[in-house]
Design a protein. Structure first.
Length: 551
């Protein structure tokens, strides 16, 4: 069979304070002479994966002068113990950092890297003040797990929670050699089961609920003490105080963008920096959805991390520190630098004649409001809810032409005239919608898109909100995700408004019941009207910035 040992690879194990063995791969620079700084990734999906679907392989990082340690977290891979999503990562992480710093060939300084689960657990460990931790690079993370991972703006994420819940339960089944459970969970993962009579409670997860976290997340409200153990946000004060050098990485179309931005906003005052590409959760490539963003969009993260970690772990980097904000401009297809999010806003007012759901050229976005008040209506039919398309949660994700969806009669569209001059968007987007409805509970999905000369309608920001106890005429604020796009003259902007985005989010039944708990049979027709014009019409707020090109 031959020698299966990979060059530079060895394995090592540690014991936690409660006697659980955790196993790791250790990648040593070939032909180099230590001691070396350590890069530690704590993996929930099998250490040999090494998150190579986004990053260069661990051997590449080792070739740049790091001792790279990829550890299976508790209850994953060959590590012992019971996996409980995020619950052990704070204590285990602190102990793993100390252990990695003492490995043969280590210089005693540790950096943490990894994305998603592997990014979130960095912050949980850092809050424990491990002395050997010198820097970290959390990518695409959760900050408050109840409000920016399990849900968004009060709306539970359906498809992503179900899909990830199945995956993590399958991992536990595999670790426990539960072949029957693994077989069924694996089969379900090939087509995420969100179309049943109780979409939020798929039978496969009900049967194997003891293997995963899904029901813990489903059944606990925000404020439950459970979230304290799994949310980095609960340790914000400690993280600000210790001020570990931190490089956040995000994607404009990443499912976890709100969590990453929330963490950066809290830690920016402690010197954290942020890099945002035009990417989905993975991969981090130039081609995203229906767009090719050009060669500059190919991930610079690996080289940025090498510079970052060399600066803080060994003091060998000779270039200037990275900018506070480096973001990819999805209009100009280049990187832009900034010191802070801009606070200047442009306001566009929604205008309609009552046919914005029938004629997608009827509704308008204007710099000034019209005097006459009009109401544009949609009827939400739960039998055929408006679908998720593109963005962070559609299939495929990214900027995907949504022209066909915008032509549905349950989607209202409001579009600018072709811009006379360029507009540089950077930062917050918020829809302030004055609404009327025949139900006090409903959902609102908002999508901001650009329309170019080719007629394609491509997303640049999206937001979703569940509304309860609404009174007619109240203004509902929907925070869309931040964005960056320089729009050239001739481009049009469009705001699309719907009452669903299924299966990204569960269908709101209109009864006041939590949508994730509702059965399909509970849902009814809902009429929603957007008030435009007059003194209290709806509007869109867009953050603008002067352009600055990165070097």
């Amino acid at each position: 069979m031959g020698d299966s040992t990979l060059p530079g690879l060895s394995t090592a194990s540690m014991l936690t304070s409660d006697g659980v063995r955790l196993d790791a791969d250790v990648w040593t620079p070939i032909g180099g002479k230590g001691p070396w700084p350590v890069l530690l990734m704590r993996q929930a999906y099998g250490r040999r994966l090494g998150s190579a679907l986004c990053y260069a392989h661990p051997a590449w990082y080792a070739s740049h002068g790091f001792l790279v340690v990829i550890q299976d977290v508790r209850g994953r891979g060959s590590s012992e113990g019971l996996f409980k999503a995020f619950e052990h990562e704070a204590r285990d992480g602190v102990e793993a950092i100390a252990w990695a710093a003492s490995l043969p060939g280590a210089n005693g300084r540790v950096g943490l890297y990894g994305f998603s689960y592997q990014g979130t657990n960095q912050l949980l460990a850092a809050a424990g003040r491990p002395p050997a931790l010198g820097a970290m690079a959390p990518a695409m993370i959760g900050w408050d797990m109840a409000t920016d991972w399990a849900s968004e703006d009060g709306a539970t994420r359906l498809a992503s929670n179900v899909g990830w819940g199945i995956q993590m339960a399958a991992g536990t089944a595999q670790h426990q050699c539960r072949q029957d459970a693994w077989d069924e969970l694996f089969a379900a993962s090939r087509s995420v089961p969100v179309n049943g009579c109780a979409p939020g409670r798929p039978p496969v997860l009900e049967r194997w609920r003891s293997l995963g976290h899904y029901h813990d997340w489903l059944e606990r409200e925000d404020g439950d003490p459970y979230w304290d153990a799994v949310s980095p946000s609960r340790h914000a004060a400690a993280l600000r105080e210790i001020a570990t050098p931190t490089l956040f990485v995000a994607g404009w179309f990443d499912t976890h963008l709100p969590g990453t931005l929330a963490a950066y906003d809290v830690l920016a005052g402690s010197g954290a920096s942020l890099l945002i590409g035009p990417w989905t959760h993975f991969p981090w490539d130039r081609c995203v959805g229906d767009r090719d963003f050009g060669p500059d969009a190919t991930s610079p993260v690996d080289r940025a991390q090498v510079r970052f970690f060399k600066r803080w772990l060994s003091g060998t980097a000779d270039d200037a520190p990275d900018p506070r904000l480096r973001v990819f401009d999805m209009g100009a297809c280049r990187w832009r630098d900034a010191e802070a999010w801009p606070q200047a806003f442009t306001v566009l007012h929604l205008t309609g004649s009552g046919r914005a759901s029938i004629d997608n050229e009827d509704g308008a976005l204007n710099p000034t409001p019209v005097a006459t008040e009009t109401v544009d209506y949609i009827v939400h039919d739960p039998w055929r809810p408006a679908p998720s398309v593109g963005g962070a949660f559609g299939t495929p994700p990214g900027p995907v032409n949504r022209d066909v969806v915008d032509r549905r009669s349950d989607v209202m569209t409001f579009t600018t005239k072709p811009l006379e001059t360029s507009m540089a968007l950077l930062g917050s987007v918020e829809a302030e919608l004055t609404l009327v409805s025949d139900c006090g509970a409903f959902d609102i999905a908002c999508t901001l898109s650009t329309i170019g000369d080719d007629g394609r309608v491509l997303q640049i920001a999206e937001g979703y909100r569940s509304v309860a106890n609404h009174s007619n005429g109240e203004r509902v604020r929907v925070s869309l995700r931040r964005t960056c796009a320089t729009l050239v003259a001739g481009t049009r902007l469009r705001l699309s408004v719907a009452a669903a985005s299924f299966p990204a989010y569960p269908v709101n039944p209109g009864t006041g019941q939590r949508p994730i708990d509702a059965e399909a049979a509970d849902a009814g027709l809902i009429t929603i009207g957007v008030v435009t014009g007059g003194g209290h019409g709806s509007r869109l707020r867009l953050a603008e910035s002067a352009e600055q090109e990165s070097e």
